[in-house]
Design a protein around this ligand. Sequence first.
Ligand code: ATP
Ligand code: MN
Length: 538
Amino acid sequence: MVNHTQITKTIALEGYGIKNAKIRYQLSSDELHDITIEKGQGVEVSSGTLAVNTGEFTGRSPQDRFIVKDDITKDKVWWGNINIPFEPNAFDKLYDKVVDYLSEKEVFVRDCYACADPNYKLNIRVINEYPWSNMFAYNMFLRPNEDELKDFSPEWTVINAPGFMADAEIDETRQHNFAILNFTKKIALIGGTGYTGEIKKGIFSALNFILPVYKNTLPMHCSANVGKDGDTAIFFGLSGTGKTTLSTDPDRSLIGDDEHGWTNENTVFNFEGGCYAKVINLSQEQEPEIFSAIKRGAILENVIADDKGDVDFSDTTITQNTRVSYPIYHIENIKVPSIGKNPKNIFFLTADAFGVLPPISKLTPNQAAYHFISGYTAKVAGTEAGVVEPVPSFSACFGAPFMPLHPTEYADMLSTKMKEAGVNVWLVNTGWTGGPYGVGTRMKLKYTRAMITAVLNGDLGVYNYDDYHLHSVFGVAQPRSCPGVPKEVLSPRTTWNDDEAYYKTAFKLSNAFRENFKKFEDNASEEIRRGGPQRYAF
Ligand code: ATP
Ligand code: MN
């Protein structure tokens, strides 16, 4: 039988302006699972996992993410089309409408926190319209114990009302959905979208301002794990490049799969208490740890199941971005608490759909700074009329949508820290080999894992020119051999069997790098600029 934790504490929401709500405070994961099904908002699939549809939105909506421009943010935030300003008055008006909408309703409230290092703990109260969104908060944030709950005082509040639709003309939003951060009021206000990722990335964005500005700590969009000797590795990368997949490694303890801070006390800590894995084409054979984490307590999003409740992970009817959230303890090998020492190795993951970057290469400190500011990956453009072309996608710090400050502020902090810690930095192409998307194939996960394991075991050695050769276009150092990986896979050019086509495409990418970097040139030193590709097509 389900064992429900008894929470005797009660809370009031009048202080937020939410009146006469039926408050469901701190329900257990089991209760929220059951309530979601009772309400017809989800189903239980054959693994015992709750499956929900997030509704109209199955991904974040970056164009509807705003930051209130106030005394705290006005001179610090890098305003533009990533950090879109919102007027304080307009926020207050919209806030009143949202809390009015939640009044008289049943609402699900959870007290939790972010940041596994006690020195950086951020107490959070999450107020949800839907039970499954509240269960997501249980999975993804850190869970206070009974003692911590007794005198819990929330610092930030997330108010999440997917059913509330803004009126763009009156409410000064772009359309009916919005996610707005208010640093003066310490509120993340989310409406018109049920996509749960907005909740976790809202707090992530807040921390990406708070930690560097007030706590001298570098926030990072990366995963992290630690080996038996206590050596930490971190993996930066944009969505779909392999942060979650590659950090979930049976031989290394998982610290976290997405958001971390690097302190001045030489530690790396997880912001979160759970993982949010992509499940598109997930297989038990390829990713057994993540597959096993999908059980009661986890939440599957936007997947399709058959009559028997068996999920077809290859089904993209609803979206490509099918997901599962689970508390980190669903993974067997984890670091408790989620804190590691200074990283020894940093991986920049990129899914290069042009298929021209080496599957693994070593970067100099200047190349590392250059690639961090660039934040390259590639997307595969729509299949309209059979045209499938890779499109380069650059996102500074491998996470621009979540970074309120100018990218060079994070890059400078990272450079300083990398120098102090003497880390090795590796660029890993988890994308295409043997040709671009449509011609080549995705790099075998088995090979990527072998390359990472070789680095972590010291089998790719230190920087020794005899063991590496420099890529003629990108200037990065490619290892000549790697245990568990066929030699020819290590050199992208040899996988193409067409030198001319290879270089043409490589130049296309190096030009895209140069074009993108122009906006950072004024802020980047000569050395960092030289960390870019060595050759361009004219
Ligand atoms: P997000 O920031 O959106 O959470 P992520 O960086 O965590 O993204 P993953 O969830 O790890 O990305 O997604 C990587 C996807 O690519 C997985 O579905 C994985 O199975 C697939 N994949 C295929 N080949 C590789 C490879 N060689 N290396 C890593 N992932 C691969
Ligand atoms: Mn991930």
